[in-house]
Design a protein around this ligand. Structure first.
Ligand SMILES: Cc1ncc(COP(=O)(O)O)c(C=O)c1O
Length: 439
């Protein structure tokens, strides 16, 4: 029998270990190889039992009951459960009234599906840079990209931090256009007491395996503020004979997992706070910035490097980041880049074949740009100087693991000499100079 149950708990960290040699230089790793794996979601007897009960019900009712329960949790008015996040975003755009050839403003830093959903809606994505502090869509950049053919703003709550919705809402209202959220990283994220997914005219959200609320593989949900928007999306599917439906197995699994989501959210917030406190003390690393009144969902945890705090600012920041990345990975911290180039520089937006013969880009050639990475300097600066913990803080990450991650950052920050040596010996290219990666 194969068991994923850990063979032993992670030991509690001790201060003395921080002064030991770096793992990359021959010391012991803070997180031993055998104890690196984390498992999520947790599957309980309740989940299995719920699946068995659901098999006796009408599959459509299982799906609609789940959608109603999650819609109420989010506080949205109308919901359409879908097979994936990408299809939910497509439906959110259709519901918001986006028509073929319309322009939809999207951030240059996101997952490619945000922009591909615009193409799926036969519209043209117009890319803008991000805010240098939140890494979400910059409202001023969005304002300067608006034209007569703009139909919607589509901010992404990147990594789980809600974008600046008040500023974007005001901008959308000034121009009479829609606000469509990509809430795929932002389950339970909030501004004030309003949950991501209920902040715009429509929203799409992924419920796939990497997310904070995964339905056991693939899934998604679209939310709408008006019945008309919801009807537009439903009618579109019927008229075109498109099946984007959610599986009843995913829905039944989601129904029991939803009851535990608030618990998971709290554990994640606690781990993020604990890590943030440790990072603040290192000088070299800064935790994600969370504006007042915003609740971050921490689907990913992006850490910014401050080489100046460690006397390393004479070195290129991207090289410092790469060296630090290698040192952290050797300690057993699953740090990553997550995206290495602005989305408009990925092949589908350079070739713009679309569905063939350049459609839908051919509908609105005036909106199309041949982008170079340098067109998005804030995105490039962020990619140069940040690292991500992807998903490892998802519940139920043990307290000891969060402490050990924190200690690994502290251990590495104590060794600017080792970082410098690595940078001077290495040949590190800027992230966007490497082949574009999807994640
Ligand atoms: C920001 C963002 N939008 C959309 C998607 C697409 O979701 P899915 O993979 O469920 O289609 C993802 C998926 O990772 C994402 O990260």
């Amino acid at each position: 029998m194969i068991t994923d149950f850990p063979a032993a708990p992670l030991p509690l960290p001790s201060e003395a270990e921080l002064d030991e040699e770096l793992a990359a230089l021959g010391g012991d790793a803070l997180i031993p190889k055998a104890l690196r794996r984390t498992l999520f979601p947790v599957i309980t007897k309740e989940d299995v039992f719920n699946l068995m009960l659901a098999q006796r019900q009408d599959p459509q009712k299982v799906v609609s009951d789940f959608a109603d329960a999650y819609r109420d949790y989010v506080g949205a008015n109308h919901a359409l459960p879908t097979a994936s996040g990408t299809s939910s975003l497509h439906m959110a755009l259709v519901g918001a009234g986006v028509q073929p050839g319309d322009e939809v403003i999207v951030p240059a830093f996101t997952f490619i599906a945000t922009a591909q959903a615009v193409v799926a809606a036969h519209a043209v994505p117009v890319f803008v840079d991000i805010d240098p502090v939140t890494y979400c869509m910059d409202p001023e950049a969005a304002a300067s990209a608006i034209t007569e053919r703009t139909r919607a703003l589509m901010p992404v709550h990147v990594h789980g931090l809600p974008a600046d919705v008040p500023a974007l809402r005001a901008l959308a209202d000034r121009h009479g256009i829609a606000l469509v959220e990509d809430a795929s990283h932002a389950h339970s994220a909030r501004i004030g007491d309003r949950v991501a997914g209920s902040l715009g005219d429509a929203a799409g959200q992924s419920l796939m395996a990497d997310k904070n609320f995964p339905l056991g593989g693939e899934g998604g949900i679209a939310f709408f503020s008006t019945p008309e928007a919801h009807d537009r999306a439903v009618t579109y599917l019927e008229r075109h004979g498109i099946d984007y439906g959610m599986s009843w197995i995913a829905a039944a699994f989601g129904a029991s997992q939803l009851r535990r989501l608030p618990y998971y959210d709290r554990i994640r917030a606690r781990n993020a706070a604990l890590l943030g406190e440790a990072l603040d003390g290192t000088g070299l690393f800064s935790p994600p910035h969370v504006p007042d009144g915003h609740v971050h969902a921490y689907n990913m945890y992006r850490i910014t490097l401050r080489p100046e705090a460690a006397g390393l600012d004479d070195l290129p920041v991207h090289a410092v980041k790469e060296a630090v990345h290698e040192l952290l990975v050797a300690e057993g911290v699953p740090a990553r880049e997550w995206q290495n180039t602005p989305i408009p520089c990925h092949l589908p937006f350079r070739s713009r074949d679309g569905f063939g013969n350049g459609y839908p880009f051919s509908l609105n050639p005036g909106a199309v740009r041949d982008h170079r990475p340098e067109d998005f300097p804030v995105t490039l600066g962020m990619l140069d100087s940040t690292l991500v913990l992807c998903r490892e803080l998802r519940s139920p990450v043990e307290y000891e693991r969060a402490l050990r991650y924190a200690d690994a950052f502290r251990k590495v920050a104590r060794r600017p000499d080792a970082i410098r040596k690595r940078v001077e010996a290495g040949d590190y290219r800027r992230p966007y100079e490497k082949a574009a990666r999807l994640g």
